[in-house]
Design a protein around this ligand. Structure first.
Ligand SMILES: [Zn+2]
Length: 366
């Protein structure tokens, strides 16, 4: 090992980080690498770990291949000594920090920003596998590792439900593109900087259903449910309440885009600076993009295109099951197998998440 280290200039482009010897802070290195291993280790595709750190008045970021956890660890430890550094919790499919670079989410999380939220962890059906004290007194981040990955939309709904249940932060930190402080770094909000401490790291996996079992539905879907029940049973929707969903509501839940007065939003399928996707007021009107001509008449049509599932055959059953889990948890679709039969079935592999940029870009003050 050479005793001298060359000062490195950091650029927003990916940097070859494992080319020179480091001071080994053995304990810290093991902690960070194990943490990254739990977050990214089961991703089989081509993915990146996003690191973001404060630099002067702004932020910089780097994307490191998700298998290179040692390289990422070194970067984290080195930068963490002198600045605030964060890790994107979900793997990125490309060198981009937004939600449209997230296909699969392997983790749920909660930002416990008060003591009561922390104590409430004990009441959850599944205990978090990872607990990190974030450097602000009384604040911690809890991570729940999923047996099977879920879409960004499903993770966000589950995160909001967990936050509401725990009395934790239900804001932008629930976003799938969230970045959180890795352990063994420092919060430089204070002088001297406060340690970010790994309090728990256990390889405990659970399904999204097990983690959220018995937890109240997402506030957004409760609103949806009321709107659904109000319309239930109309002949025009074939007895399926999801066909009567307000298009603005299902767009918001599935894509994170709020439909404003203009009823135009940015199309999730292409670069769309002047929003060209029109969301109609009446359920039957559906939605239509005047840019790419994609359109649909129900939440099924939208989810089908976002998740790449067919609206017919076995894929439709999967599509409908997922939509019911999102919008009407605990309810069975008309003519579907019972809950018991459903549990017996193997859950198929998760498909693509909505390809959309969400509001999660700003740096949370964690
Ligand atoms: Zn379009």
């Amino acid at each position: 090992m050479s005793a001298r280290r060359t000062p490195r200039r950091w650029s927003p482009r990916p940097t070859p980080v494992n080319t020179e010897p480091q001071h080994r802070r053995y304990g810290a290195g093991v902690e960070v690498e194990a943490y990254l291993g739990l977050l990214f280790g089961r991703e089989a595709g081509h993915a990146f770990i996003e690191l973001r750190w404060r630099h002067g008045q702004g932020m910089r970021h780097a994307f490191i291949e998700h298998t290179r956890t040692l390289a990422a660890t070194r970067t984290i430890l080195q930068l963490g000594r002198r600045t605030d550094i964060y890790v994107g919790v979900a793997p990125r499919t490309r060198r981009h920090g937004g939600k449209d670079a997230i296909d699969r989410v392997w983790t749920l999380w909660a930002d416990l920003d008060n003591r009561a939220a922390r104590n409430a962890l004990d009441q959850l059906p599944v205990k978090p596998a990872v607990l990190v004290a974030s450097g602000t007194p009384g604040h911690a981040h809890a991570y729940f590792l999923l047996t099977t990955p879920v879409t960004a939309a499903a993770a966000e709904i589950a995160n909001r439900r967990l936050a509401a249940q725990l009395g934790a932060d239900g804001g932008s930190v629930t976003n799938a593109a969230t970045i959180l402080r890795p352990p063994a770094t420092f919060s430089h909000k204070t002088t001297p900087p406060a340690r970010v401490v790994l309090e728990r790291l256990e390889p405990r996996l659970a399904s999204i259903e097990a983690i959220t079992e018995g937890i109240a539905a997402d506030p957004a879907s409760t609103e949806v449910r009321q709107s659904v029940h109000g319309r239930r049973g109309r002949a025009s929707d074939g007895g399926d309440p999801l066909r009567a969903l307000d298009p603005a509501l299902y767009f918001e839940v599935l894509t994170g885009e709020t439909v404003g007065r203009s009823r135009k939003i940015s199309c999730p399928w292409h670069e769309d600076r002047t929003p060209s996707l029109h969301v109609y007021k009446e359920p039957a009107g559906g939605w239509h993009c005047y840019g790419c001509a994609r359109h649909g008449h129900s939440v099924y049509d939208l989810a089908s295109q976002l998740w790449d599932l067919d609206t017919r055959g076995p894929q439709f059953l999967e599509l409908r099951r997922r939509l019911y889990d999102l919008f009407l948890p605990g309810h069975t679709p008309p003519g579907a197998p019972t809950n018991h039969a459903r549990r017996e079935r193997q859950h198929p592999q998760t498909r693509r998440a909505p390809d959309i940029d969400g509001p999660g870009h700003d740096i949370p003050d964690l």
